[in-house]
Design a protein around this ligand. Structure first.
Ligand code: TYM
Length: 376
């Protein structure tokens, strides 16, 4: 693919994503200063992922905040396609979702699309995707979600509730609309064609369960937006509010600027990686460094293409002043890549130790979060 081209679908992200072009292409709105000021007014602060434009785009965010200010609370909805272990990229929208739950006292529905990953991945059996659902749920719980306010479900185990809603959606989506949005062709299995209606269903769940219209906000990376264009199209036809969305950029791959990918393990740090594995991956990461130490000192590095810098900026350097200093020190050649890699590795290892201990404890609490209405 030429260097100025890119592709973003729910199943594939390729090339160097130009986020300005993408918002124009998808027809979403940028998160502007007025929205940041609104978050500050409503919650007392602006979280890191908004300050740094990690969450950068939205649909109807102002509308949902209007409803909130008018006393109508919103419900959060997000999810995971359980095709393997969780990587740090997946955690990013969940960490932000946790912030939203706390700041807005919001309930959360979390969908595990074990059906989607079974249909999409030839190599995965239904029992494997079910197993990964439970494994990935530990990561979610480990982030500290409130069990009183959080419901996790697997599509295959909550099907009695979801399927009738998905049917209502499916009846209103033509094959040509789905093909235009997702690029299906005649070799696509028919399960994948129907699947988008399963991902739409939870957007209407709070309304259906409570018997009244409920605003829903979906935090996710922008790759999932195509599903919700369909959801938003059918919502008024079904008599419900359109769900609002808030989109993040992609946490980069360790090997360069494209998306971290679970299918190439060296590109990602998984929450189950040992400290040694994480350190080795970071030691081998792509940086914006020059070929020799002398060149690095003379010319400076290129932080904007550096995976190690991006990691700090997106997640691991909480101090805004320090994040700016790191960038400037790199630009003027005052930092060697090894230094940045070591500092990042220490932070990642510390995070993993804490997260893995919380994952262990989550084992005993999983049933406090899971809802199901049918089981094999
Ligand atoms: P999945 O499993 O591909 O991804 C789970 C969540 O992580 C986001 N994501 C990323 N975010 C930042 N950087 C990355 N490198 C990265 N890779 C993935 C995804 O956007 C997603 O938010 N079909 C969905 C599961 C799903 C869902 C939902 C997601 C069902 N309902 C509602 C969001 C909202 C999937 O396969 O996600």
């Amino acid at each position: 693919m030429p260097s100025d081209e890119f592709l973003v679908t729910p199943w594939e992200v390729e090339g160097n994503v130009d986020y300005n072009k993408l918002t124009a292409l998808f027809g979403t709105q940028p998160i502007d200063d007025a929205i940041l000021a609104r978050f500050k007014r409503l919650t007392g602060s602006i979280p890191l992922m908004l300050r740094r434009q990690v969450f950068f785009s939205h649909r109807d965010l102002n509308w949902i905040l209007d409803r909130y200010e008018a006393g109508e609370k919103f419900v959060l909805y997000t999810g995971r396609g359980p095709s393997g272990h969780t990587h740090l990229g997946h955690l990013m929208p969940w960490i932000f979702t946790k912030y939203l739950q706390d700041a807005f006292h919001a309930d959360l529905y979390f969908q595990m699309t074990d059906d989607e990953k079974f249909l999409q991945k030839d190599e995965l059996s239904a029992s494997a995707t079910r197993g990964f659902s439970y494994d990935n749920a530990l990561d979610l719980i480990a982030l500290g979600f409130d069990p009183e306010k959080t419901r996790i479900f697997l599509d295959t185990e909550y099907a009695r509730t979801l399927y009738p809603i998905a049917l209502e959606v499916a009846k209103r989506v033509t094959f040509s609309a789905a093909r235009a949005v997702f690029g299906f062709d005649s070799s696509t299995n028919i399960g994948m064609v129907f699947f988008t209606s399963m991902q739409s269903a939870p957007a209407f769940l709070p309304a259906i369960l409570s018997g009244r219209n409920v605003p829903v906000l979906i935090p996710c990376a922008i790759d999932q937006d195509p599903h919700f264009r369909i959801t938003r199209d059918v919502a008024p036809k079904m008599g419900y509010y359109k769900p609002a969305l808030i989109h993040s950029r992609f946490f980069p791959s360790l090997l360069g600027l494209d998306k971290m990918s679970a299918s190439i393990p060296e590109t990602s740090i998984f929450t189950t990686d040992s400290p040694e594995e994480a350190r080795t991956k970071i030691a081998n990461a792509f940086t914006g460094g020059r070929t020799t130490a002398q060149e690095q000192r003379d010319l400076g590095g290129v932080p904007d293409i550096c995976a190690v810098y991006q990691y700090s900026f997106y997640l691991f350097e909480q101090d805004d002043k320090r994040a700016v200093e790191l960038r400037e020190e790199c630009l003027r050649g005052a930092r060697a890549c090894g230094e940045c890699k070591n500092e990042l590795a220490d932070k990642v290892v510390q995070f993993l130790k804490h997260h893995q201990a919380a994952r262990e404890q989550a084992q005993d609490r999983i049933e406090d979060f899971i809802i199901r209405d049918c089981q094999e």
